[in-house]
Ligand binder design. Structure first.
Ligand code: HEM
Length: 187
């Protein structure tokens, strides 16, 4: 079992109730009622699930030492009791992005688009986990599965963050993006 492997299953079951499924770019993902976040063993697409997306957490590619230190000091953990809202945003970037060299991608992601600088302003309100899909198989539908948890009172701020990122040069390389918002029901 690989503890860095996560799967997101959309269907009729799961802790998270889907409140919005918006296609930002490219092909849509089928509407589902609930979302499960699974860790470790990869389940097969079972019974009620309409889709299952997989990704692995990995080492960082772009952060500098100073950015990493800031992240480590300020990023909250996932699963905070008050963070009952979450966003699941699978993203695929273009072939042109993947054809760039590492230094060119860092220039676009940070020097031009200020992805990290902007994101850091939303800590500690937003907890996040980035999953990579690209190397799992040849035909993975997305390159990244991004997951964010926040309290209802930070929901407007999260929308602002997403809008800021979508207006950057980095996002001109995004060819498929789905924005799924979910809420954890009280049990
Ligand atoms: C809480 C605010 C956020 C912070 C602190 C943050 C921080 C970061 C950092 C540090 C990286 C680079 C990781 C590395 O070095 O490999 C990254 C990558 C990424 N983030 Fe964010 N981010 C935030 C919000 C978002 C949002 C809202 C989205 C989606 C709408 C997003 C999508 C991505 C994607 C797709 C990558 C991978 C980019 C690539 O490798 O090409 N991030 N983020």
């Amino acid at each position: 079992m690989n503890p860095r492997l996560f799967a997101f299953a959309g269907g009729d079951n799961g802790l998270w109730r889907v409140v919005e499924n918006k296609t930002v770019a490219g092909e849509a993902l089928a509407d589902v009622r609930r979302l499960s976040v699974l860790n470790g063993a990869v389940p097969l697409l079972s019974g009620d699930a309409k889709w299952l997306l997989r990704g692995v957490t990995s080492n960082e590619r772009y952060v500098t030492r100073a950015e990493k230190d800031f992240l480590v000091a300020n990023q909250p953990r996932l699963g905070r009791p008050e963070a009952i809202c979450a966003a699941f945003i699978p993203i695929r970037k273009t072939e042109a992005w993947w054809a760039l060299a590492q230094d060119e991608r860092r220039r676009i992601l940070e020097e031009s688009s200020k992805h990290i600088e902007t994101g850091l302003k939303y800590l500690p309100a937003v907890a996040r986990r980035l999953h990579h899909c690209r190397d799992l198989a040849d035909n993975e539908p997305f390159d990244f599965l991004t997951w964010f948890e926040y309290a209802p009172s930070d929901s407007a701020a999260f929308d602002e963050l997403v809008a800021e990122l979508r207006a950057t040069e980095e996002w001109t390389y995004v060819e498929r993006e789905i924005d799924i918002r979910v809420v954890r029901d009280e049990v």
